[in-house]
Design a protein. Sequence first.
Length: 382
Amino acid sequence: MVTVEGTSTARFEPVRAALAAHLESGEELGASIAVDVDGVMEVDLWGGHADAARTVPWRRDTVVGLWSTTKTLTSLAALVLVDRGALDLHRPVAHYWPEFAARGKQDIEVRHVLGHTSGLSGWEQPFTMDDLYDRPTASARLAAQAPWWEPGTASGYHMQTQGQLVGELVRRVDGCTLTEFVETEIAGPLAADVQIGAREADWPRISALVPSSQTPAVPEGLDPEAVLTRTMLGSPARDEHVDTPRWRRAELGAVNGHGNARGLARALSVISRHGEANGLRLLSPETVDRIFDVQADGTDLFLGIPVRWGIGYALAGPRTIPGMPTGTVCFWAGWGGSIVVMDLDRRVTFAYAMNRLGTGILGSERTHDYLGRVYEALGAAD
């Protein structure tokens, strides 16, 4: 039987058993799971291997690329600035970033960016990885383009643009980069092992991501004018770019965060605990409440599934993902299965990070299995 390291309280032993089973079957290569219950890390587990050849064990301090779970950190950075009065959710983005007003975007508000309703779900073509890696170019291109639908009327997941949009706002109002802000204002104070990009000193402990053999190709025959098509073509980062030096050195606040489950739970528990964690009040309860101001509730123009978007996070509801209860719960997941769930009703934070990518839009089957077992243990499964 595969050994799972770390600790878990008695009620969460089924979570440990599930991780062991997925590792034993080979579905899971290496992974970490954490559950923070009102400041107590009741689950802090890891196991498996950090490399595809299974020669390097996944250790306590192993970190991994987070894909879109990165957005949970980027949105938290924006909320910290909202809480400080530096950002106003209802002010136009152009108030802070004047160039952004071009081509009819003068009325797009900060909340539209955080709620994925701004109409800027991808970059106009041609747009390359070289452009994405160059922050000034990527920002200027978004500032110069027109929205792809009427802002505020529907969501279209900002798969790779949201990090650029929020990152530029952070830089304009605070003077530092998003990477610096997350490090100095979130990760450091909360003792959370998370970061945007990856410091070169940490590269030896990064586990490379292993794509699924079922990774889908871009479908053929799509309507070239559809938001789905334009977003896919206008979001150039792919599996092959991850775990390269350029990727790790870049600031891609939508997709290239690094961390593990413990680090994510420590950082995002500040939301589950109504603004305070690790002895630090990072957000007021009123700012946390703003997360649940619904920005869109319907079929997302890019994802093609119903998503209820609040400020920076998706909101739980009857149409979300298996194992997740309704209530005052927000979350987001990354490509391959990583996830953070913040449950304010129970003051619980669940995080999962892994190196073998699964399939699915909002988490993989493994994600759903772990999440369901967590809520069964809490006595709150639907």
